[in-house]
Write a protein that binds this ligand. Structure first.
Ligand SMILES: Cc1ncc(COP(=O)(O)O)c(C=O)c1O
Length: 389
């Protein structure tokens, strides 16, 4: 028998991305209503594009930058962290990355040895699971408490710690549930991390999108956590800069050179043209961020109203942040979320993401994005009302 291609066990273990699979299948469906992607549909604001255009015209973008990023950009990031995250940082503690994703991947590679366990409050962003697997680590899913709005199960986290536990990795505001974990809960996580000397790796991609008085809290603002936290951020969501691939991380200056050892083989440096765009984003007017937030809040309310009308099909926890929600399917057919999502796509014309893509506790759910125009949400629910009738 002919041997197959030589693929590492690490990569072989990674399942296909359900999001990309739904996107592929959606192409074959006429007039599909698309709620599968967590990607802002707005374009990048003009003043940010102009920052990049000027840098190109001035001949500034043809070479590499320092691995950690342009010093002037890191200076602006330091100001932003102080102003919005209450984190006292220095430029030696900042690394500019290829989106939050490369920062997270480099952070996980810098922390996790083969066989190390990483606690993931679950359901969780599927890419985090893959990042742990690529580092040959072991994802340990700790279910959140759905009845309490997907709150963290602090006792569950404590009970999951073993001699091999190296880190806790999570995103708040959360993908896929839209939960913003409270400052009190995150302070508990910090206490556990300090007690067991664990690293906390945070993904704060949706930091600016919180609603109904919920506030984003950065664990790095707790001074005692200085040597136990790596915080990853991005321009992707805040400024609708998905395709620019630009983000950054903050960690203690002792840790940054270690993460840099993983960052260089992954990226050398973040795209320089995008670093200039990011500089323009931070230095320019911030009203675009408020505008995006208002849009998501209004879209969330539309989606909740429409879900209320399908209360025999779904129950849901109202998201307090991000632009995602994670309804539970009440129908028997919903027990297998992949089959249910494919059926809803093929027969109902609505593209969502199966909950199982976000870890075992995601089964029986589906993820819907409200980062789309409200007409798209109404179209999707009009179709679902017809389909479920
Ligand atoms: C929680 C979370 N982190 C990170 C990302 C991607 O971030 P970036 O584009 O900065 O790599 C996403 C995108 O959907 C996300 O939902």
């Amino acid at each position: 028998m002919a041997e197959g291609p030589k693929i590492s066990e690490r990569v072989g273990k990674i399942s296909k991305s359900a999001i990309h699979e739904m996107t592929r299948l959606s192409k074959d469906v006429d007039d599909v209503a698309f709620l599968s992607w967590a990607k802002p549909t707005s374009d990048t604001p003009d003043h940010i594009k102009n920052g990049a255009i000027s840098a190109i015209s001035e001949g500034l973008v043809g070479g590499y930058s320092e691995n950690a990023g342009l010093p002037e950009l890191r200076e602006e990031i330091v100001k932003k962290l102080k102003r919005d995250n209450h984190v006292d940082a220095e430029i030696s503690q900042i690394m500019v990355t290829v989106g939050a994703i490369e920062g997270l991947a480099a952070a996980v590679l810098a922390v996790v040895d083969p066989g190390d366990e990483v606690i993931l409050p679950s359901p969780t962003y599927s890419t985090h699971v893959r990042q742990v697997v690529i580092a040959s680590g072991k994802p340990v899913f700790v279910p959140t408490n759905e009845e309490k709005g997907f709150a963290l199960d602090i006792e569950g986290i404590k009970n999951a710690i073993t001699a091999r536990t190296k880190a806790i990795l999570f995103c708040s505001p959360n993908n896929p549930t839209g939960t913003v974990w409270s400052e009190d809960q995150l302070r508990e996580v910090a206490r556990i991390a300090l007690e067991h000397n664990l690293m906390v790796i945070t993904d704060e991609a949706y930091e600016y999108f919180t609603y109904d008085g919920h506030e984003h809290f950065s664990i790095a603002s707790i001074p005692e956590m200085r040597r136990n936290v790596i915080s990853c951020y991005t321009f992707t969501k805040t400024y609708a800069m998905t395709g620019w691939r630009i983000g950054y991380l903050h960690a203690d200056e002792e840790i940054i050179p270690q993460i840099n050892k993983a960052h260089i083989p992954l990226a050398i440096c973040a795209p320089v043209v995008s670093q200039y765009a990011a500089l323009a984003a931070l230095k320019g007017p911030q009203d675009c961020v408020a505008r995006f937030r208002e849009h998501y809040l209004s879209a969330r309310n539309v989606m909740c109203e429409r879900l209320d009308r399908l209360s025999s099909i779904f129950t849901y926890e109202k998201p307090s942040g991000s632009y995602l929600m994670f309804p539970k399917i009440l129908l028997e057919e919903g027990k297998d979320s992949i089959t249910f999502c494919k059926m809803l796509l093929k027969e109902g014309g609505v593209s969502t993401t199966p909950g199982i893509a976000f870890g075992p506790t995601g089964q029986g759910h589906l993820r819907m994005s409200f980062c789309v125009p409200e007409e798209e949400i109404n179209k999707a629910f009009d179709k679902m009302e017809v389909y479920f009738r």
